[in-house]
Each structure stands twice: as structure tokens, then as C-alpha cells.
Design a protein around this ligand. Structure first.
Ligand SMILES: Cc1ncc(COP(=O)(O)O)c(C=O)c1O
Length: 467
């Protein structure tokens, strides 16, 4: 492996590949960062490629070792590189989503995916877990075992609802962990919640009542499938039904409203299931982070209150990784026949077999317990930091994000952006015409563990300056 410098241009020879890095001019660090991102993005530096140590690279490039070390740290934080004690720095298997070459991107957008050209330096956007905590070894072991044991017929086209083995494992897990009442025959596997939601909208059509704050991406999916949307007001007890008349379906996040964070009050839970029984409508229960509750017993699913009217939807996007595109729904029998044929293009059977094995072996529970502990610690640190600055964090009993209410949303966002801190404002989740709440949505799941302290410190500095 030879790195050589020629005039103002630099070539690197990595595993027989000539790599051209243009480091001419000033701001060497920024140029090296850009050049390495570009080399990874274009595929010239392949996933898994091991990089030289910062010391030898610095020597070859004729730059300070600190410069190279800082570049490595930054690119690790952005997800371009992996750093593991004892095994050096390697090119990550999956480049940051927004920067992957077009050919490698999924044809259907991963919901609610990151956007923008370059990953931000301090990434506190909500919506993604720490993908560095994905249980790679447990997943590989489960995949090996599951594939070795799977009958050949599991690899055929199979049941459009997904593999029976996974549906059976999920029926048991969901009953135990979330109180969901469904037999394997009423569970369907989909490529993420977004896939399931599209299929439901295509099946039901009509008017969908949606919480007045939520993912714009999910609302766009509904309208793209021909459904109309009506915003439902939110108060401290969750969704209010005063505008539900005429709706075919209500899409709710009962355990942890996204993004405001309140729990649907027990009285409201009875109101919404009563609404469904009285009108024949149904409820889509988006239980996106139901496993991650910290301060009291998990709030059980709404589905067992009205299994004939509630479509329960869960996902591996928070518990494992969104790139898996693995999710599931428990569908009331009366809707199953109509929804199932609209679920074409589900996840790979290899991933389904693997998840089934992971659940059956207890590995999935272990991963949830580990992740819950790690996120709870982050949540506590974030809450203490924010409270210390005189802000009151909201919605922090569960999940991986908190809301900081402030009337100066735009000002704070601009300051955050200027300091490399990426997070969202509540306005970006609001349905037009909704009650005007104002604040910041801070995702604490996404940064890799080693980057969280820095991100938190930078957020605190920005909030201090803003207040
Ligand atoms: C509110 C909400 N619902 C559902 C999901 C999961 O979506 P998917 O399974 O399509 O990744 C997310 C993920 O961020 C979410 O924030």
C-alpha cells in the first residue's frame, strides 16, 4: 500500500487501485474530507477497504497526523468509514443513504429517509436508530442457522403474506411484548411501514384522518395512493376525534405520538375504538417505537381493544435498522383478503428467515434490551442538558427523540445549521392549518455512540447562544 504525493496532486494505491486525491490549495483538511467522500461515493474506495493508519497516511500525504485523524473521525461520524478498536479504519459497507450512487439506491424511498447532499456533522435528526448498534454478529449467526435449516420451498415465491415461520414468530412476540391479539394467518410482512401503509391506502381509499403532526412522507404516500387526508387535532391526551366524521380510517401513533410524544389517553383509546365500531371504519396503529419506553411499564398496543378494526403496524426500522425494510402488520380478517394482494414486493425471504430465527432464539429481545438501555442513557443525558439550559424537553418517556418547545424555532434552526447541528423544526411535521406549535425535534438515536457526546455539547452551545 503506497501513498505518494506528486506536485499538488496525490495518488493513493490501495489494494491495487490507484486513487487520485486532489489536495491542492489551502484548507487541506476539508479537501481531504471531500476527496475521500468522493472516492467512496464513486466506488473507487470499495466497502470494506482497510485504510492506512492516520500516522502513515499523514506521512505519505505530507500533512499533519491530526489533520488525517480529524478527517477519519468526521467520516466515521457521517457513516462513510467504520472504526473498530484493534481492526483499524475501513470503508463502511453502506455509504450514507443520500450519497450512495444512484444505481445502489432502492427504487422505493426508505421512509422517512434522510435528505440532502452531505451528511451533517452533528446529526440529531429524528427517525433513525444508531445503525452502528446493529447486532451484526447475531444477525449473521441467525442467517447462517436459518438458511441451513430452511426447506427449499421457503426460497420459492411463497405466500404473499410472507413466510409462515416469521409470521408465527411475530404472532408470539407481539402477543408477549405488545399485547397484540393475532394469529399468524392474520399477520403480513411488508417492506417497511411505508409499504404497508401504501397497500392500506390503495385498499381502502376515501378519507384518512391523520394526526395534525406527523411525517409529511407518510401523508404524501396516502395521497399518492388516491386517499384524501383530514388532520385530527392533538391535545395533551393525543388525537381528538371531533373531525373524524366521514373518515374511512384514522392513522394514529397511540403509544408515542410522532413527533410530539404524548400517549393516547385510555379514555381516548376507548373513544377511537368506539368510533371504529360505530362507523365501520378502521384504525391504523403505527407502533413505530413501542418497545422503547423508559419511565413506566410499556403502553400496550391499542389493537387488542378492537382487533376487528385496528390494523396494528410494527417495524424493525427502530429496533434493528431501517435499511432492512422489514415490518409487519396484524390485519383484521375482514381486510386481509383485500390488503394481501396489494403487498407485492415484500422483503427477501433470507431476511425473513433470519428475523424469525433471531426472534425465536431470544436474540431480538436481547437487542431490544441493549438498545433500550443505551437510548435511555442518551435520553437522560439529553434531558439533563436541555433542562440545565432552562428548556423543558417533551415526549421523552419513550422513543429516540425529544421535543424542545420554543417560540424561536426558525432562529434556533438557523443557528443549529450554522454550527453543523442538524435537527428538525416542528413546522416540517405540521399539516397545513394545524394548531401552531413551535419547537425543535431532537433525535438522539442516530449518532454513533462515540459521536453523541460531541453532538450534545454542540447542541447545548447553540441553545445557550440562542437563549
Ligand atoms: C412515525 C413513524 N412511523 C413508522 C416508521 C417506520 O417506517 P418504516 O418501517 O417504513 O421504516 C417511522 C420511522 O422512522 C416513523 O418515524
Amino acid at each position: 500500500m503506497i501513498w505518494s504525493k506528486l506536485m499538488t496532486e496525490t495518488w493513493a494505491k490501495l489494494e491495487g487501485l490507484d486513487l487520485h486525491l486532489d489536495l491542492s490549495g489551502t484548507r487541506v483538511r476539508a479537501r481531504l474530507e471531500t476527496a475521500m467522500r468522493e472516492a467512496i461515493r464513486s466506488g473507487r474506495l470499495k466497502p470494506g477497504t482497510r485504510l492506512p493508519s492516520s500516522r502513515s497516511l499523514a506521512a505519505d500525504l505530507g500533512v499533519a497526523r491530526n489533520t488525517v485523524a480529524e478527517v477519519f473521525t468526521q467520516l466515521v461520524a457521517e457513516g462513510w468509514l467504520n472504526a473498530r478498536a484493534g481492526s483499524g479504519t475501513t470503508v463502511a459497507d453502506r455509504a450514507p443513504a443520500a450519497a450512495r450512487p444512484a444505481a445502489a439506491r432502492r427504487t422505493r424511498p426508505a421512509s422517512p429517509g434522510p435528505a440532502g447532499a452531505a451528511a451533517p456533522r452533528y446529526d440529531l435528526r429524528p427517525g433513525e436508530p444508531d445503525c452502528g448498534a446493529f447486532p451484526r454478529n447475531a444477525w449473521l449467526a441467525a442467517a447462517r442457522k436459518a438458511l441451513a435449516q430452511a426447506p427449499d420451498r421457503d426460497l420459492a415465491y411463497g405466500d404473499p403474506r410472507g413466510l409462515l415461520g416469521l409470521r408465527t414468530a411475530l404472532a408470539g412476540y407481539l402477543a408477549r411484548a405488545r399485547g397484540v391479539t393475532a394469529s399468524p394467518e392474520h399477520i403480513v410482512i411488508c417492506s417497511g411501514y411505508a409499504h404497508g401503509l401504501s397497500a392500506i391506502a390503495r385498499t381502502a381509499g376515501g378519507m384518512f384522518g391523520v394526526e395534525e403532526y406527523g411525517h409529511q412522507f407518510h401523508r404524501a404516500l396516502l395521497t399518492a395512493e388516491g386517499a384524501a387526508i383530514r388532520p385530527l387535532r392533538l391535545d395533551d391526551d393525543g388525537a381528538v376525534l371531533d373531525r373524524a366524521d366521514g373518515c374511512t380510517a384514522l392513522v394514529l401513533t397511540p403509544a408515542h405520538q410522532f413527533p410530539l410524544g404524548m400517549t393516547l389517553h385510555p379514555r381516548r383509546r376507548h373513544e377511537v375504538t368506539g368510533w371504529a365500531r360505530d362507523t365501520g371504519g378502521f384504525i391504523v396503529e403505527d407502533d413505530y417505537d413501542g418497545e422503547f419506553r423508559y419511565d413506566r411499564q410499556p403502553v400496550g398496543a391499542l389493537q387488542p381493544l378492537a382487533p376487528d378494526h385496528v390494523i396494528y403496524a410494527g417495524t424493525a426500522s427502530k429496533s434493528l435498522a431501517p435499511g432492512l425494510r422489514l415490518a409487519w402488520m396484524a390485519v383484521p380478517p375482514r381486510l386481509l383478503g383485500a390488503v394481501t394482494p396489494r403487498l407485492t414486493g415484500g422483503p427477501s425471504v433470507i431476511d425473513q428467515l433470519t428475523l424469525a430465527e433471531l426472534i425465536e432464539s431470544g436474540g431480538y429481545d436481547r437487542q431490544i434490551r441493549r438498545a433500550r438501555l443505551a437510548y435511555r442513557r442518551r435520553r437522560d443525558r439529553l434531558a439533563a442538558t436541555i433542562a440545565g439550559l432552562g428548556y423543558a424537553p417533551a415526549g421523552i418517556a419513550a422513543g429516540m427523540h425529544a421535543v424542545i418547545e420554543t417560540s424561536r424555532e426558525q432562529d434556533c434552526l438557523a443557528r443549529c445549521a450554522a454550527h453543523g447541528v442538524a435537527l428538525d423544526g416542528l413546522a416540517s411535521y405540521r399539516v397545513r392549518g394545524a394548531t401552531g406549535r413551535s419547537g425543535l425535534v431532537v433525535g438522539y438515536g442516530r449518532p454513533p455512540e462515540h459521536a453523541f457526546t460531541g453532538a450534545l455539547a454542540r447542541l447545548a452551545a447553540v441553545l445557550t447562544a440562542a437563549s
